[in-house]
Design a protein around this ligand. Structure first.
Ligand code: NAD
Length: 531
């Protein structure tokens, strides 16, 4: 079954934009309870239609339902729940840290919505990559225009239908379409644009935004490397690696793009990798493995495989089915840096294996290329983990896991350098769509203390103001010694302050009044309350 996606007429786009602007100025979303209501409607739009959404994803990508439950629909519900549980505290006005000079002015930071925001999404997780940011944008009080992917007609049209049915049209509207529709959207003024997709289009979006001085977040992709250290747990490593690589047929922004393994460890690694591959994919077929999104994607991936000078270890074009856009999970070894598999982000079911001399060569290889969105290390040796972490740059760096950081609450997801800028999920999305508006309310009596700033200026007034200059620690006699640098790199630079020892001693003294009783948590709380 194929769905035809109804594109939004170009002429309607400026009108929708104006209506969302009016929706913002209506002030509805100033109320946290209205935001909560819209977030709950968002949750129910998905929870009540979960099977329909799963079927739509199947129609677009032939993705196994378990994968859609785990990586897309479950992730949407978890994200909305996390935002619902926390956004009221994120939205609270904050007091500035206490400073004797300014305390009387009551400095605060108000969390204000930016206004009307544009979210442009790609095809690979067409629902999660739309709804996770939508939740944060509404929680922060913005009205939202969502430009869904045209490459997933079933999912994008169902999403538009459900969002328009469950949520307030003053708050959110979906525009469906391709390049002309997105180009039209980009001509308009937005208060923030979040773009998720490829780097080339990312530049078009950032350039269009610059004309209106609109802030932009770019969530891009790139080649995310994996380093396999001989100290790793091979069974768990190969399971996580093959799962992470082939989920959604490798069409994942943080999919492991290529593997680097030390030459002397390659055979050991490949032996276990093949065993795991056979365990996972002995019966792989177009009915249980995600398809490529388009004929273009199929042609691109098949030509990458056929022009590679590496040797196929598993999969390959023999089992491929052009009509269904299915290419089986493929592993290629003996891949060199100048191979066809190493030029662009693969974004498909191919895992190239390269050999390196050691971890230092792997680090050099990563550093000579654009900063990746994710960097993966499989090792139990802490020195290896630390070496890679401390000597490379990437959006995220994962030890012994793949992909799952995007679903972990409380940590930012985003790129650096060519893999994008800005970060999201949870509070990071809320903050992205929030203007941190500073405010003070200064009483007039402060002029008695600060009158030196007013004209007419004089030397006496200047001296008075100089007294307010900050005091620094004594001027250093020279740069830190090699030993001090080493200690700070090893994380041993911080000394425990005397005040901390004092608090600890007071706490121990308090408990030791009844030291014969082992303190339980409840007992401790009762004692603290009784103070
Ligand atoms: P894409 O760049 O082709 O399309 C994304 C969006 O841009 C679509 O909505 C599309 O309509 C619009 N678009 C396409 N061409 C345009 C143009 N010329 N002008 C204006 N708008 C245009 O991306 P894709 O192929 O759908 O997604 C694949 C890329 O996205 C990969 O590089 C992947 O790594 C990246 N990605 C990144 C993340 C992340 O969170 N960092 C997540 C998913 C995908």
């Amino acid at each position: 079954m194929t769905t035809t996606l109804q594109y939004t007429p170009l002429a309607d786009i400026p009108k929708i934009h104006e209506e969302l602007r009016a929706g913002f100025y209506s002030g509805k979303l100033k109320s946290l309870s209205y935001r909560r209501y819209q977030l709950l409607q968002l949750a129910y739009a998905f929870q009540e239609n979960i099977e329909a959404f799963n079927n739509a994803l199947y129609a677009d990508l032939a993705r196994p339902p378990l994968e859609s439950d785990l990586a897309e629909l479950g992730a949407i519900l978890n994200e909305i729940k996390y935002v619902l549980d926390n956004f009221e505290s994120w939205a609270k006005t904050e007091k500035a840290p206490f400073n004797i000079k300014y305390a009387a002015m009551k400095p605060i930071i108000r969390k204000e919505a930016k206004g009307v925001v544009l979210i442009i999404t790609p095809f690979n997780y067409p629902l999660f990559l739309a709804i996770a940011p939508v939740a944060g944008a509404i929680a922060a009080g913005n009205t939202v225009l969502l430009k869904a992917s045209e490459q997933t007609p079933a999912s994008s049209s169902l999403m538009a239908q459900m969002l328009h049915k469950y949520l307030d049209p003053d708050v959110i509207r979906v525009v469906n379409g391709a390049v002309p529709e997105t180009t039209k959207l980009l001509e308009l003024r937005w208060d923030h644009i979040l773009y998720t997709g490829g780097e080339k289009v990312g530049r078009i979006v950032a350039t269009a935004a610059a004309k209106h001085t609109t802030p932009v977040t770019l969530e891009l992709g790139g080649k995310s490397p994996v380093f396999i250290d001989p100290s790793c747990d091979l069974v768990s490593t190969t399971k996580r690696l093959l799962w992470g690589k082939y989920v959604n047929a490798g069409q994942t922004c943080v999919s492991p793009d290529y593997v680097m393994v030390p030459e002397h460890f390659k055979d050991t690694f490949l032996k276990v990798l093949k065993e795991t591959y056979n365990e996972f994919f002995a019966n792989v077929s177009p009915s249980n493995f995600t398809h490529l999104i388009s004929s273009n994607a199929y042609d691109r991936i098949s030509s990458m495989i056929t022009s590679s000078h590496g040797s196929i270890v598993a999969g390959g074009m023999k089992g491929a089915d052009q009509a269904q856009k299915f290419i089986p999970p493929t592993v290629v070894e003996n891949v060199r840096a100048d191979d066809s598999l190493m030029s662009d982000e693969i974004f498909g079911p191919i895992l190239p294996i390269m050999t390196v001399k050691d971890v230092d060569e792997a680090i050099r290889f990563v550093n000579e290329r654009p900063h990746p969105l994710a960097l993966y290390v499989f090792a139990t040796d802490n020195a290896v983990k630390k070496k890679v972490m401390d000597n490379t740059q990437s959006g995220g760096v994962l030890m012994n896991e793949i992909l799952i950081h995007i679903g972990i609450p409380g940590i930012p997801f985003g790129g650096v350098g060519n893999s994008g800028y800005g970060a999201y999920t949870g509070k990071y999305t809320f903050d992205m769509f929030t203007h941190f508006r500073c405010s003070i309310d200064a009483p007039s009596w402060i002029d008695k203390l600060l009158s030196a700033r007013f004209p007419p200026y004089s030397d006496k007034k200047r001296q008075a103001l100089t007294r307010l200059a900050p005091k620094f620690p004594p001027k250093p006699k020279g740069p830190p010694t090699a030993q001090e640098i080493q200690a700070s790199l090893a994380g041993k630079g911080g000394k425990i302050k005397w005040s901390s020892w004092f608090v600890l001693a007071a706490f121990v003294a308090l408990l030791s009044k009844n030291y014969e009783r082992v303190p339980t948590l409840a007992g401790l709380i009762a004692r603290i309350r009784a103070l």
